[in-house]
Write a protein that binds this ligand. Structure first.
Ligand SMILES: *Cc1c(COP(=O)(O)O)cnc(C)c1O
Length: 242
């Protein structure tokens, strides 16, 4: 584990303010003024001092990708008052670290992983929020369940003890073509909309699954235009990772 220390001259509060301004502009230019899009700061690859520095500067919501890193930073993040989400692929044998430190696991993409999380949460007598990670672009390299399977997985996961499905997450297509990237985000929104509509009709029980975690430093405007309720920002706040 080779983590980057906080650069001495980085002003996390100023960087965060810039991202907030971007989010506000994006919201108003697509008619979503005041939508309250949440900003999650992705602190992967950054040392404790950097991650805590961002939290102290106002980044209450933090995302960690690797469980080894989360085990290393978890206590300090908790002490600083951070709310931690898991945003990287989670192996079942590392699920305990997520249950120890995270309030939400955004990367649930199989029932087996969810069953493991559920069992650990019951043992720890806690509840855990989860999102269903969907591979909207269909790229082999991307984790996530296929769009056609997202709703049935969400319903099955939500039925497990101690787990609450609060929405859907995706990693967008890595492309500079706006239409292609947005098509993926629109697909995630359509899945979420179907979850809510089917819940209203009493077919399934996913009325709490309204969140859409999508968009990163480079494309958060496109994600917000497609309905993101949470963007995950690393580089733009933390700086370039080595
Ligand atoms: C690293 C990471 C981010 C942030 O990416 P940036 O391009 O640095 O903003 C967002 N989501 C996930 C899942 C990540 O792993």
């Amino acid at each position: 584990m080779n983590l980057n220390p906080a650069p001495a001259d980085r002003d996390y509060a100023a960087e965060l303010a810039e991202v907030k301004a971007r989010v506000h502009v994006a919201e108003s230019s697509c008619g979503r003024s005041g939508a309250g899009t949440q900003i999650l700061v992705a602190t992967k690859a950054w040392e404790v001092d950097a991650a805590v520095g961002a939290v102290r500067a106002g980044a209450r919501l933090v995302g960690e990708s690797r469980m080894q890193e989360l085990a290393h930073k978890g206590d300090a993040l908790r002490k600083a008052g951070a709310v931690v989400h898991v945003i990287g692929q989670l192996q079942r044998n590392k699920a305990g670290i997520a249950v120890e430190y995270a309030s939400c696991v955004q990367t649930v993409d199989s029932l087996k992983l969810a069953e493991r999380l559920s069992r650990l949460c019951v043992e720890a007598q806690r509840d855990l929020q989860v999102m269903i990670q969907v591979n909207v672009s269909g790229e082999d390299s991307k984790a996530g369940v296929a769009p056609e399977e997202a709703l049935s997985l969400a319903a099955a996961v939500h039925a497990l003890p101690a787990l609450e499905v609060v929405g859907f997450m995706t990693i967008g297509l890595n492309s500079s073509v706006e239409a292609d990237v947005r098509a993926g985000y629109a697909k995630l929104r359509a899945i979420r909309d179907e979850a809510l509509i089917s819940s209203e009709r009493g077919k399934i029980d996913l009325s709490g699954a309204w969140q859409l975690s999508m968009g990163m430093s480079n494309d958060l405007e496109w994600a917000i235009a497609e309905g993101a309720t949470m963007v995950r920002v690393g580089t733009a706040v933390m700086g370039d990772r080595d």
